[in-house]
Each structure stands twice: as C-alpha cells, then as structure tokens.
Design a protein around this ligand. Structure first.
Ligand SMILES: *[C@@H]1O[C@H](CO)[C@@H](O)[C@H](O)[C@H]1NC(C)=O
Ligand SMILES: *[C@@H]1O[C@H](CO)[C@@H](O)[C@H](O)[C@H]1NC(C)=O
Ligand SMILES: *[C@@H]1O[C@H](CO)[C@@H](O)[C@H](O)[C@H]1NC(C)=O
Ligand SMILES: *[C@@H]1O[C@H](CO)[C@@H](O)[C@H](O)[C@H]1NC(C)=O
Ligand SMILES: *[C@@H]1O[C@H](CO)[C@@H](O)[C@H](O)[C@H]1NC(C)=O
Ligand SMILES: *[C@@H]1O[C@H](CO)[C@@H](O)[C@H](O)[C@H]1NC(C)=O
Ligand SMILES: *[C@@H]1O[C@H](CO)[C@@H](O)[C@H](O)[C@H]1NC(C)=O
Length: 674
C-alpha cells in the first residue's frame, strides 16, 4: 500500500483512528512558547526567549493569547459525550509597584477568540458592563484576581475563582496550597512576582472541577484548593478556544505565562521546569547605597528616619480609624479610611454630592478599581450603641433590591461613621422636581419612580427576612440611577439615632412635612408611618411641590390639604405639576394622587399597607374611595396647637430643613443637629 492509498484507507475505513488523530489536536504542551500555535491579541506578545507576556505595565490594557485550533468540548455525537480535560500552566504576576497591581488574569475557555467588546480592569478583558452574567457568553474562566471588586463580591485581593459567564465567581478561595509535609495550608501571594503552578482538572462523569495552586518546583498538592461541582456541559458549546486573558486598570502588572500543557485525553503532562524561559530581572525597588561616602548617608538616614517618623505620625493621625475587637467579624464590610480619602480626593468640596439630614455625601472612585462610590460622612459622637448599629449595617448590606441604593460597607473614625454606597449618576429626585437647572422628569419616569419606590418599601417591610423601616422617605432620599429608575437610599439609617440615645427622650426621626401625626404622639415608627411619608412623597412627585411651601398662595401651603381641597371640589387635576404641561395619562395621575391622599391619611388604620399600595399602582386591585371629610389640618402635623405654632415660628426657609426633631418629655419639638 502506498502512502496516499494508506491515508485514504485510514480516512474511509478506520474512522476511529481518524478520530483519535483528531483528538491529538486536543492536547499540546509548551515549555516556553517558541513557535507556539497561539493567536496573540492586544497587549500580548511572545518574548524572543519564549516567555508569553499578556500585559505589560501600561494602564487599562488587556492581553489575550489563545490556542488557534478550536477544541471540541461538547460533541453532540453520542459516541463522545462531554469529556474531561486537564491543564497545567505556570504563571507570574509582577506588579508595577509592590502590593499595587493590575486586575489579574484568567485561564479561559471561550466560544470565540474575538474579545473586541471586552474591557480592561475588573472585567479582565473577558466581558463588559453589558454582557457579564449573560448566559449566552458560554465562557468558563479560572481567575487569578489581584483586586477586590465589591460588585463581583470578591473576597480579597489575592484569590482564585471559578467563573462561569460572569466575574462573580461560582466559588473562590484565597490563594493557598496544602503541604502534606507540614500538614497544613500555606498561603501564596499572587503579587509576589514569583512563578506559580496551577492545575485545572475537570472530571466530566463526576461533574467536578478541581483547581490546585503551588509554588514552582513543588509536587502537585494532594488536596485541591477548589473542588467545585459544576456541569460544564450546560455552559460550554461544542467547539471552544482555550487560552488566557489578562487586564490592567489604573495600576498595572506584568502578567506572564511561562509554560502550558492541555489535554483532553488524560492528565496534562508535567511541564519541564528546566526548559522554561526565565522572567525578566526583577524591578529594582531601591538603589543599593554606594560606599564612597560613609558619613553623609548616616546623617541622611538619620534625617530620613526623623522625617519619615514625623510623616508617619501625621499620616497615622490623618488616616486614623477606630477599630475594636468585636468588629473583626465585619472585616469584609469595612473600607479603610485611607482608601475612602483617596477615592474622594481627600473629601474635596468638588466631590460633594449633597448634604442631607445625616451628613455630607461625597462622590469617589475607589483606588485600584473603577468602581464609583458615594461616601456618606456622619458625625456620631456616641460610642454607645455603635456595636448594634454596625451589626445592622452588616444586615443592611445584605438587602438587595433593584430600587434600593446598595450599601457596600462602612468605615469608622473617632466621632465619625462613613457609609459607602453605590454611586447614582443622576442624583436625587428632588433636584429633578424643583431645580430649574435640571430638565423636567416626564410623567412616564415619574410613574416609574413611584412604582419603584413602592416596591422597594414593600421589600423592606414584608419581603425581606426582617422588617426594615425606612423612617425617612422623601424625594431627596430617592436617587435616580443611569436609567432614571428610582432607588430608595438611606434605609434604616434612622436606627443610628435609636442606639445610644438618652432613654428620657424619644427621637422622632424624619423630616417635617413627612411625619405622620401619630408619630409626634407616640414617638414610635411603624410600617404605617413609612406609608404616610410615602403618601406625601407620591403627592410631591405628581404635583412638583414640596409638602409644605410657605410661599404658596394662601390655603395651599400644605400640599396634602390643598390636594384634598381640589379633590373635594372635583378639580383634582388642577394640582398636577404645571411643568408636565398636561402630558400625562389622566387615569395614572388620578391614581397616583388618590394613592397619595390615601397613604397620607391622618388615621393610620385608613392607610393601605405597602403590598396594597403596590397592587393599586400595578392596577391589580382597585382603591377604596377616599372620605372627603377627613380633617385636614392634622394631616401634616400633630393635632396640638403647640406644634402648629412651631411651624409658624420657623423661617420661610423651612423647606430647606431636612433635619431631625426630638420630642422631649415636655412635648415640644426641638430641632436637633443642623
Ligand atoms: C506595553 O506594550 C505596548 C505595546 O504592546 C507599548 O506600546 C507600551 O509602551 C508598553 N508599555 C510599557 C510600560 O512597557
Ligand atoms: C505587601 O503585602 C504583604 C502582605 O499583605 C506584606 O507581607 C508585604 O510586606 C507587603 N510589601 C510591601 C513592599 O509593602
Ligand atoms: C445576552 O446576549 C445576547 C447576545 O449578545 C443578547 O441578545 C441578549 O439580549 C443578552 N441578554 C441580556 C439579558 O442582556
Ligand atoms: C485548607 O484549605 C482548604 C481549601 O480552602 C480547606 O478546605 C481546608 O479546610 C484547609 N485545611 C486546613 C488544615 O486549614
Ligand atoms: C478533585 O478533588 C477531589 C477531592 O480531593 C478528588 O476526590 C477528585 O478525585 C479530584 N478530581 C480530579 C479530576 O482530580
Ligand atoms: C452539551 O451536550 C449535552 C449532552 O449531549 C447536551 O444536552 C447539551 O445541550 C450540550 N450543551 C450545549 C451548550 O451544546
Ligand atoms: C494526554 O494524555 C495522554 C494519556 O494519558 C498522554 O499519553 C499524553 O501524553 C497527554 N498529553 C499531554 C500533552 O499532556
């Protein structure tokens, strides 16, 4: 048989042999990447010595290197079901500055080598803000992450994670390996700049992926770092590309791969350390002192020590925090003051977003990531009750709702508490309602906002594992995200005033105009006091007026009373915000106004609960009729004359106050704080 007919024979009569030769493409080994069959993209390059570099220390850079031949993973043929695979590679991450790094790298299995839509930083050159988490990505990544990104719930700045279609890891662990000699786990630091080994073993019948790390030259540890049950056949497509991706952000690292083996027919072969290309020499961090002059350096060092000591002292004071024993369990929630200080450019006026009842709010960008945050600085002198409040922050951090502003964490200093929230690009709703500088919000958006806030309150009141009262619902506490969805902020903050206050005084927290009448009698916040404030808020959104406007024409100062008057006289649409110029759906406007009146009813028992309010708004239930003869004057303030006097005694800038009033034993409302 000559060569060509033998080839024909193989092709036609021995399909199994053909198959096994095809499978040879499903394995490769590279001890260094000389002449490797890799497709390099963006910042990736192969050094003359065979070292694969994914990124250098340029900022906001990505780099990709993929094996050019697609690997068949999920053959639909019944003969070859979804198969196992195994891979070993040796990598090194060398940060530009010690302990400050780019975002990390990932071993990646992807249906395509086209990552033109992917972005750098925390997306690791794999995804972008739109598509991360999308099931149609079909991407598996083993991330070596050197940056904690709160949005992906990263555990620290030194972890290995298994990611499917997203950067929120299915499972992750701080980098360590099990040493059988020492019988314990030993941690490794990704940013050490030293080469490390990583094994990935997927067992298809068991549907388990194991990831193991170890320092160079050590044997494979006999316990994996991660052993995660996952059925990859559900995620991966038939033909996939395997390779690496890496990304830098505002700070950068060199990401290197020294060698790589991949196998779909058995365990991946060990790499030969002696054949691997060396890494470039380490960056010099400090110059070696010359011995020419002896005295000068000694003097210089002495001066330096004094200066550094002084600087250290000043800085320590500048960044000083209060940390107590009991707080260790809230470690992950805690931001360092230094980071927050840097994020907000030292709490510059320029970054000031606003000043609310609880304190000033600053915009910031966390160092080492692009995450935008809002930092609320609250002065709080009492140490008492702090423990309980921090415990509640930890709880509030777990609240997740699309209409709530996400609380990310906190920091504590002497006399001060800092809360870190997700940043809302469009600011607070009251600006849209009252400022001439911002465009008017259309009815469509307003209705959406009302529904959003209602569903957020329903979540806080009924749908979460505990009842959370908001206690300060108002338009300036509703923020608008990039798509103009309403997001309720500051939930639960009122509790800060409960802990550690004088038991002789009951603090009524809230804002004048939104306080339910029974609050000033009982001092007790309930679901129904929140509903009352929600009612006032709803009227505010529909009418574009503050709850109390002392500059309004006579008889219209109290918004709720004026709406009620117009309702009685059958001209309720008169109250709709003139800035809308009549462009709204009459039924929706009437619904919202009626709901506002019903919720801000002076009698708690007449108000709906939030579940009913949501049903009315969604049109799933019809609202009861409003009794026209409700007493109007009491709807905003407490029934006693004293309190009405109080209102009159305030300057006309009353509307500017969004502050806290404490109700002392002699029953008068006294302004507390600003
Ligand atoms: C990184 O690589 C790019 C090209 O791949 C080059 O333009 C840039 O100067 C390099 N940056 C550094 C810091 O070496
Ligand atoms: C970097 O961080 C590690 C652990 O957090 C620490 O041991 C090491 O001293 C730090 N190195 C520098 C140069 O700051
Ligand atoms: C997921 O990606 C597909 C294809 O790019 C797109 O059609 C779809 O809308 C995306 N889904 C989501 C929820 O973004
Ligand atoms: C070592 O690490 C693994 C994986 O994180 C963990 O399951 C195990 O309990 C640790 N063992 C010891 C002795 O700390
Ligand atoms: C994964 O790790 C588990 C636990 O050590 C082990 O039982 C299993 O055999 C490992 N699987 C593979 C494919 O290495
Ligand atoms: C992978 O193969 C399994 C079994 O043949 C099949 O059920 C599954 O739909 C396949 N997955 C994809 C993404 O094609
Ligand atoms: C793949 O596994 C087979 C079977 O164990 C082995 O003969 C082969 O050398 C391996 N190839 C690579 C590149 O690891």
């Amino acid at each position: 048989m000559d060569a060509s007919s033998r080839a024909l024979f193989f092709l036609i009569f021995l399909p199994n042999i053909y198959l096994s030769s095809a499978q040879d493409d499903n394995q490769f080994i590279y001890n260094g990447f000389h002449g490797a069959n890799l497709q390099l993209q963006a910042g990736a390059k192969i050094h003359p010595n065979g070292l694969l570099q994914l990124t250098n220390t340029s900022k906001q850079q990505v780099g990709h290197a993929f094996y050019k031949i697609p690997i068949s993973f999920n053959t639909s043929s019944a003969l070859i079901p979804f198969t196992s695979f195994s891979s070993i590679f040796i990598f090194a991450i060398v940060p530009e500055l010690p302990n400050l790094s780019g975002h990390g790298m990932a071993f990646t299995i992807s249906p395509s080598m086209d990552f033109s839509q992917a972005v750098a930083s925390q997306y690791l050159g794999l995804f972008n803000i739109e598509n991360f988490g999308n099931l149609s990505n079909h991407v598996l990544a083993i991330e070596l992450d050197t940056m904690p990104n709160p949005e992906f719930e990263d555990i620290n700045n030194n972890h290995v994670g298994i990611d499917v279609n997203s950067l929120k890891s299915v499972e992750s662990a701080p980098v360590s390996y099990f040493s059988s000699e020492e019988g314990k786990n030993i941690s490794l630091r990704l940013l050490s700049g030293d080469p490390m080994l990583l094994w990935i073993d997927y067992d298809a019948p068991q549907k388990t992926i194991n990831v193991t790390v170890a320092p160079l030259r050590s044997k494979k540890p006999n316990r994996p770092l991660l052993s995660t049950p996952i059925d990859l056949s559900r995620f991966l497509l038939e033909t996939m590309y395997v390779g690496f991706s890496a990304a830098t952000g505002p700070v950068a690292s060199d990401h290197y791969v020294l060698g790589w083996s991949f196998n779909k027919s058995g365990p991946a072969q060990d790499l030969e350390i002696s054949k691997l290309p060396p890494l470039p020499p380490k960056r010099k961090i400090s110059q070696k002192p010359t011995k020419i002059i002896v005295i000068l350096p000694v003097v210089a060092i002495f001066v330096l020590v004094v200066v550094i000591g002084a600087v250290y002292f000043v800085r320590r004071k500048k960044y000083a925090e209060v940390r107590e024993e009991w707080e260790t369990e809230y470690g992950p929630q805690r931001f360092s003051y230094k980071n927050l200080y840097m994020a907000t450019n030292g709490f510059k006026e320029k970054e000031l977003l606003g000043a609310g009842g609880f304190g000033k709010v600053y915009r910031g960008t966390l160092p080492n990531s692009d995450a935008q945050i809002a930092v609320k600085r609250i002065s709080h002198d009492s140490k008492q009750g702090m423990k309980e409040f921090v415990a509640e922050i930890a709880i509030m951090r777990r609240l997740r709702h699309r209409n709530l502003v996400q609380l990310l964490g906190y920091c504590r200093r002497k006399g001060e508490l800092l809360l870190v929230y997700e940043y809302m690009p469009n600011g607070s709703l009251d600006k849209f309602l009252y400022s001439n500088k911002t465009p008017t919000l259309s009815w469509l958006h307003r209705f959406q906002v009302v529904k959003g806030v209602a569903s957020a309150l329903l979540y806080l009141h009924e749908e979460w594992e505990q009842v959370v009262l908001h206690r300060d619902v108002k338009s300036s506490n509703v923020l608008l995200d990039a798509d103009l969805n309403g997001r309720l902020g500051d939930f639960g903050l009122a509790r800060l005033y409960d802990h550690g206050t004088n038991p002789q005084t009951t603090h009524v927290v809230g804002t004048v105009g939104y306080l339910a009448p029974e609050l000033s009698r009982t001092g007790r916040a309930t679901n129904f006091t929140d509903v009352f404030a929600f009612g006032v808020f709803v009227l505010e959104v529909a009418c574009g007026r503050r709850p109390i406007d002392l500059q309004a024409p006579p008889g219209e100062a109290s918004l709720a009373d004026w709406v009620l008057d117009c309702w009685r006289s059958g001209a309720i649409l008169r109250v709709s915000d003139p800035k809308l110029e009549g462009t709204y759906l009459v039924e929706e406007m009437e619904l919202v106004l009626k709901l506002g009146l019903l919720c801000s009813h002076p009698m708690p028992s007449m108000r709906p609960n939030m579940r009913q309010a949501v049903q009315y708004l969604e049109g799933n239930a019809s609202m009861p009729e409003i009794q026209a003869e409700r007493s109007v004057c009491t709807s905003i303030f407490s029934p006693s004359n004293e309190t009405s006097n109080m209102v009159m005694s305030f300057p006309s800038s009353l509307e500017k106050y969004s502050s806290h009033y404490s109700l002392t034993s002699n029953e008068s409302l006294i302004q507390k704080g600003r």
